[in-house]
Ligand binder design. Structure first.
Ligand SMILES: Cc1cc2nc3c(=O)[nH]c(=O)nc-3n(C[C@H](O)[C@H](O)[C@H](O)COP(=O)(O)O)c2cc1C
Ligand SMILES: [Mn+2]
Length: 459
C-alpha cells in the first residue's frame, strides 16, 4: 500500500498513476487528497498482484500462483452460507430519494478516450432471477450519466445481464444493488464465471472460510455485504437505453464503442462515514482482471474437467503472465480426439464463452510455464491438422479481434490448438524430447549435477 497525500486530479491523473502501478508492479495506491473532493479517498488496483490475493486468502505473500489456485480449488469445495445481520458499516450514512447525488463521489475519469467517469470498477452488481429467486453477483462496469443515473454494458451471455433481459421480456423493471468496496474475496468471486444458479456469496464464504454478513437494502428487496464501503440501490427500466462507453477494457484495448445501453436509476445510496471508493484500471497486463480470472477460470475449468473424468494434469488460464482469452490444459492422451473433447467441455462452461483459444498439450508440459507452452505450440501443433476452428459461436462486444458485425451481434470465434502427439502415429515417428531431464540417463544426470561445481561453474 502506498498512501498518496499529494493532491491528484480525478480527471486522468488517478487513472495514469494506477495504470503505471499495474505495469511496473508498484504498491496499491490510496489517494487521500483528490481535487474538488475534500475528504474523498480512492483505493486503486486492489488485487492487481498475486501477493494481494495470497494475503486476502491469509496465505504467505510469496505463495506461488499455482499454489494459490490449488488452495482456492480446495476451499471452493465447501460452500459457506452467508449470515443475515440487521445493521452494518455500509449503513452509517443514508441518502434516499432527492438527497442522491452520484457526483458526490470522486469517480475517476480513468482512461483517455473513456466515454465518461466510471464510478463502479471494483464492485459488484446484485440482482435476482425473477423465476427462481436466485441472486447473482457480477462485476459489470458502471459509468455516471448524471446525478441520479448510471449506464453499463449488459452482455447477454453474462448471468446478471441475462436476468435483466428476462425482466425486460416481461416489460418489468429490475431491482439492482451495486456494492462498491466489498471485501477482496467477494470482489474476486464476483468476477468468476461460477455459472447460473450458483451463489457467489456461498463461494466467497468458502474461500474466506467465514460467512459473508449480509444486510437488507433500503429500497429494493436485495441483500448486500454489511461491511462494504458504498451501496447504490435502484432499478433498471425495460427497453430504456442511453449512450454508454467506450471504456479501457480487460483485453488491453478501448472496447465496446459508444452505444445505447441500459440505464440504472438510483433510488438510494448508503455508505460508511468517509467511504473509500475502490477502483481498478483495466488495460494491458497485468491488472486485477488478469489475476482474478487466472484464479477463477483455472479453478472452474479444472473442476469441470475433473468432474467429467478427463485424465488432466493441470489447467492454466495462462498463469501468471497474462490471462486473457487463452487456456492451456495438459493431459494424458489415452485415445484419439481427447483434445477436441476437452475443448468442447471447456466451451460448454460459462467461462469457456470468453475463452476463444484452448491449447491442449501432453502431460510433459507444465501449462503455467509459457516457454514450454509456446515450444509445444510451435513444434507439436500441426499447422493444418492441429488447429480446429469453430466459426460463429458465442462472443461479446469487447473482443478486440471481432469484426464490426460480430461486435454488434455478440458473435464469437473459437480455436483449438492441439499440441498432443497423434495416437495413430507409429511409436518410432514420435520425436523424443532433447532436454537434460528427458534425454540423458539418470546416472549421467546425477554425475553431471554432482560435478557441476567441479567443472568450474558457479551456479
Ligand atoms: C473491473 C472489471 C470490470 C468488468 N466489467 C464487465 C462488464 O462491464 N461487463 C461484463 O460482462 N463483464 C465485466 N467484467 C467481467 C465479469 O465480472 C465476469 O465475467 C464475471 O464472471 C461476471 O459474473 P457472472 O458470471 O455472474 O455474470 C468485469 C471484470 C472486472 C474485473
Ligand atoms: Mn454468476
Amino acid at each position: 500500500l502506498q498512501t498518496i497525500e499529494k493532491e491528484v486530479d480525478w480527471n486522468l491523473e488517478i487513472g495514469a498513476i494506477t495504470r503505471r502501478c499495474c505495469e511496473i508492479s508498484a504498491p496499491s495506491p490510496l489517494f487521500t487528497r483528490i481535487k474538488d473532493y475534500p475528504g474523498g479517498r480512492i483505493f486503486g488496483n486492489p488485487l492487481a498482484k498475486w501477493s494481494r490475493v495470497a494475503l486476502a486468502m491469509e496465505m504467505a505473500a510469496d505463495t506461488l500462483p499455482v499454489d494459490i489456485i490449488r488452495e482456492y480449488m480446495q476451499r471452493r469445495k465447501n460452500p459457506v452460507k452467508p449470515v443475515l445481520v440487521s445493521d452494518g458499516p455500509c449503513k452509517e450514512v443514508k441518502h434516499i430519494g432527492d438527497d442522491i447525488n452520484l457526483l458526490d463521489f470522486p469517480a475517476p475519469f480513468i482512461h483517455h478516450g473513456d466515454g465518461g467517469r466510471y464510478l463502479s470498477t471494483w464492485h459488484f452488481m446484485v440482482n435476482k432471477d425473477p423465476d427462481s429467486g436466485w441472486v447473482n453477483w457480477g462485476m459489470y462496469r458502471q459509468m455516471i450519466h448524471d446525478e441520479k443515473t448510471l449506464g453499463s454494458i449488459l452482455i447477454p451471455s453474462q448471468d446478471g445481464p441475462s436476468i435483466y433481459y428476462k425482466y425486460e421480456a416481461r416489460d418489468k423493471p429490475m431491482e439492482f444493488a451495486t456494492v462498491i468496496g466489498p471485501d477482496p474475496i467477494s470482489a474476486l468471486v464476483s468476477c468468476n464465471p461460477v455459472g447460473f444458479g450458483v451463489n457467489e456469496v456461498d463461494i466467497a464464504g468458502a474461500i474466506r472460510k467465514e460467512p459473508v454478513e449480509l444486510v437488507q437494502c433500503e429500497t429494493v428487496d436485495l441483500m448486500v455485504p454489511a461491511h462494504a464501503e458504498i451501496i447504490i440501490e435502484g432499478i433498471v427500466m425495460p427497453h430504456e437505453r442511453k449512450e454508454e462507453g467506450p471504456f479501457g477494457e480487460y483485453t488491453g484495448y478501448s472496447a465496446g464503442g459508444r452505444a445505447p445501453r441500459p440505464v440504472f436509476h438510483v433510488q438510494a445510496i448508503t455508505h460508511r462515514k468517509d467511504p473509500i471508493l475502490t477502483m481498478s484500471n483495466m488495460g494491458t497486463p497485468l491488472d486485477d482482471w488478469d489475476i482474478v480470472s487466472s484464479v477463477g477460470f483455472s479453478a472452474d475449468f479444472t473442476h469441470e474437467l475433473q468432474q467429467k473424468g478427463f485424465p488432466i494434469r493441470d489447467v492454466a488460464y495462462v498463469v501468471p503472465q497474462c490471462s486473457v482469452h487463452l487456456v492451456v490444459v495438459s493431459t494424458k492422451v489415452p485415445y484419439a480426439g481427447i483434445a477436441k473433447q476437452i475443448a468442447s467441455a471447456i466451451w460448454s462452461t460459462k467461462g469457456g464463452l470468453t475463452t476463444p483459444y484452448v491449447v491442449v498439450c501432453n502431460d510433459d508440459v507444465d501449462p503455467t510455464n509459457l516457454d514450454m507452452v509456446i515450444h509445444a505450440i510451435t513444434t507439436k501443433c500441426h499447422p493444418n491438422n492441429g488447429i480446429t476452428k469453430i466459426p460463429n459461436t458465442v462472443g461479446h462486444a469487447l473482443l478486440a479481434f471481432s469484426d464490426p458485425h460480430e461486435t454488434i451481434h455478440n458473435i464469437g470465434q473459437w480455436c483449438l490448438i492441439d499440441c498432443t502427439w497423434p495416437t495413430d502415429w507409429p511409436k518410432e515417428h514420435i520425436p523424443t524430447r532433447m532436454s537434460f531431464e528427458v534425454n540423458y540417463p539418470k546416472e549421467m544426470q546425477e554425475k553431471v549435477l554432482n560435478n557441476w561445481g567441479k567443472y568450474g561453474f558457479k551456479e
